[in-house]
Design a protein around this ligand. Structure first.
Ligand code: ADP
Length: 575
């Protein structure tokens, strides 16, 4: 039954019973009132009249007889009982006769007897009627008790049932809603009744079922997506390792596991910092993450890994993954993905290329040197006099031979740099001596353009810790560049300065300078500023940088486009 119907029926019945109780009560009170009034009016008055008549009759005076008459008249109007009328008219007859013959005692006796009979009659009527009133009162008590009991029973039933009927389902529902809020979507409510709570329970269960279905379908979808991504990562030919924000390994594909030399269980779920203690590869992979270094655009050397009995080269790329959580404004780091690109094939090709260049340049050196020697012999007048045209031709061949020798020299140096085999013999060296050597080597080139050198070098300059030959090569290259990119009749400023533990050698020209966007690129291999007309390979500065850095020094450039450039070498002082 519905709660509303239950409430309406219960309270309605209670209401009806209260009305019934009021009606029954009012009815019996009225009946009782009528009974008592009846006694009062019909019999009590007759008794009063009879008593007055007796008193007046006993008095016997004229006034008393008048009073007797008045009371008799009242009695004649108040006839209520059977036989009362006859007795009253007998009193009247006897009284009339008594008035005409006052000394006849038979009338007196008759009157008295009749009055007593009248009184007796009314007394009996009073008794009878009071019994009727008592019966009415008993009936009233009975019916009022019955109606009252029913009221009590209904009220009691309502009192016992209704609060729990309403409160229990609400309590159960509240508990279930809490469970749903805690994502326990299998929760159901079970109200058997057909009341509103039954409907509510059905609606709630439908809602929970749909939520469960939705949740399960989402979970299944997510699991499917997860497996898809896992399969994708696993099928990648390049190793991929995923780390969370605390550097715990969350996934690694088969390639990554293979090259790490660890098993799946040894790798997944472990902190990379702990793995790095024993595993060189992991250490080199997470080094920059641990020291918090960000990729500053510098090209990193490929990592060499020995796995499956062969050497492989990998280029590392680290992606830092950040997400913006729902409802938040700022993104937050959630992990890192390390990709290793297998560049072994390119590396092998690169080796082959380097070897090829090394061999070719080496093979070129001897014939070029013999060409140069032959040219020197040709220039010797003892062999034969040359005319001007022949001299010009020889000069031009000499220039070309020199250039070829320079190029092969640069290429040979480059192969050393690329193969990582820079042979250094670092000794305490005099920077001024190296500088003078380089100036001397470029003197002819400078003379051709009428370029002067201005040297600024303190006398007590300290020795530097350097490879003489390589540093001289670098300085020659820098001065040669300065000459090439300066205008005729210009001056090149050469300076040596020292700090507490370093010596700086600078080469300053007043030539065309370098545009700011190319300043960082000129040290890259084979890079030449676009539009550079002068001949060259773009290798000189790259080799210079490698040579100087291999000696623990550094090279940098300051340039004002259109006003000239200053290249500075910084090398450590000899101790
Ligand atoms: P190259 O053989 O082309 O000179 P380098 O590596 O020595 O190769 O120089 C790279 C590029 O840097 C050159 O092509 C040139 O454009 C620029 N460069 C080098 N030195 C100077 C300089 N002193 N003034 C202006 N540009 C220069």
């Amino acid at each position: 039954m519905k709660i509303k119907t239950k409430l309406t029926l219960g309270v309605g019945l209670l209401f009806l019973l209260i009305i019934l109780l009021s009606i029954v009560g009012a009815k019996y009170i009225n009946e009782l009132k009528a009974d008592t009034e009846n006694i009062l009016v019909a019999n009590y008055n007759s008794l009063e009249y009879s008593r007055n008549m007796l008193v007046a009759f006993d008095d016997g005076s004229e006034k008393a007889l008048q009073k007797f008459d008045v009371n008799l008249q009242n009695q004649e109007k108040n006839i209520t009982e059977i036989g009362e009328k006859e007795t009253t008219s007998e009193i009247r007859n006897n009284f009339e006769q008594y008035k005409s013959n006052k000394f006849d005692s038979s009338f007196q006796a008759s009157i008295r007897k009749d009055i007593f009979r009248l009184m007796d009659m009314n007394m009996q009527a009073i008794q009878r009627k009071s019994e009727v009133a008592k019966a009415t009162a008993d009936k009233a008590v009975f019916w009022i008790a019955i109606t009252g009991t029913m009221c009590f029973l209904i009220a009691f039933v309502l009192l016992v049932n209704l609060p729990s009927n309403i409160a229990n389902p609400i309590k159960e529902l509240t508990e279930s809603i809490k469970q749903i809020a805690a994502k326990n979507y299998s929760e159901r409510v079970h109200f058997e009744s057909h009341s509103e709570f039954g409907q509510l329970a059905r609606s709630f269960n439908t809602m929970a079922e749909k939520l469960e279905e939705y949740n399960n379908s989402n979970l299944a979808k997510l699991m499917m997506e997860k497996r898809r991504i896992e399969a994708l990562i696993n099928n990648m030919h390049d190793p991929v390792i995923g780390l969370d924000e605390n550097l715990k390994v969350i996934f690694a594909n088969e390639e990554a596991i293979k090259i790490s030399g660890l098993t799946h269980t040894e790798l997944i779920g472990k902190l990379a910092q702990e793995l790095a203690i024993k595993n060189d590869l992991i250490r080199s992979l997470i080094q920059d993450l641990i020291i918090g270094e960000t990729d500053n655009g510098q090209k990193q050397e490929p990592i060499k890994i020995f796995s499956e009995n062969k050497e492989s080269y990998f280029e590392k790329e680290t992606l830092h993954i950040s997400i913006t959580p729902t409802g938040e404004a700022n993104s937050r780091l959630v992990g890192h993905v390390i990709f290793l690109r297998n560049v072994t094939t390119y590396k092998e090709l690169d080796f082959a290329k380097t070897n090829f260049i090394a061999t070719v340049s080496h093979e070129f050196k001897t014939p070029i040197s013999s060409i140069k020697m032959s040219l020197q012999l040709l220039e010797n007048e003892q062999i034969g006099k040359l005319n001007d045209e022949q001299k010009n031709l020889i000069d031009s061949i000499k220039d070309d031979a020199n250039r070829l020798l320079k190029i092969t020299g640069e290429l040979l140096n480059m192969t050393q740099v690329e193969s990582g085999n820079i042979q250094l013999s670092i000794l305490p060296s005099d920077p001024k001596e190296i500088l003078l050597y380089a100036i001397n080597a470029t003197k002819t080139q400078a003379d051709q353009k009428q370029i002067n050198f201005e040297i600024n070098c303190p006398d007590n300059i300290s020795k530097i810790q350097a490879d003489n030959e390589k540093t001289a090569w670098v300085l020659t290259n820098l001065i040669s560049n300065a000459i090439r990119y300066s205008y005729d009749n210009a001056t090149i400023y050469l300076a040596i300065q020292q700090t507490s533990n370093q010596v700086q050698i600078s080469v300053r020209d007043t030539g065309q300078g370098i545009a700011p966007q190319y300043k960082d690129k000129i040290f890259d291999r084979y890079f030449r500023v676009p539009g550079t007309k002068k001949e060259g390979t773009g290798l000189g500065l790259a080799i210079s940088k490698e040579f100087i850095e291999a000696q623990g020094g550094r090279i940098n450039v300051e340039s004002e486009f259109g006003a000239g450039s200053t290249f500075t070498l910084t090398l450590n002082k000899a101790t």
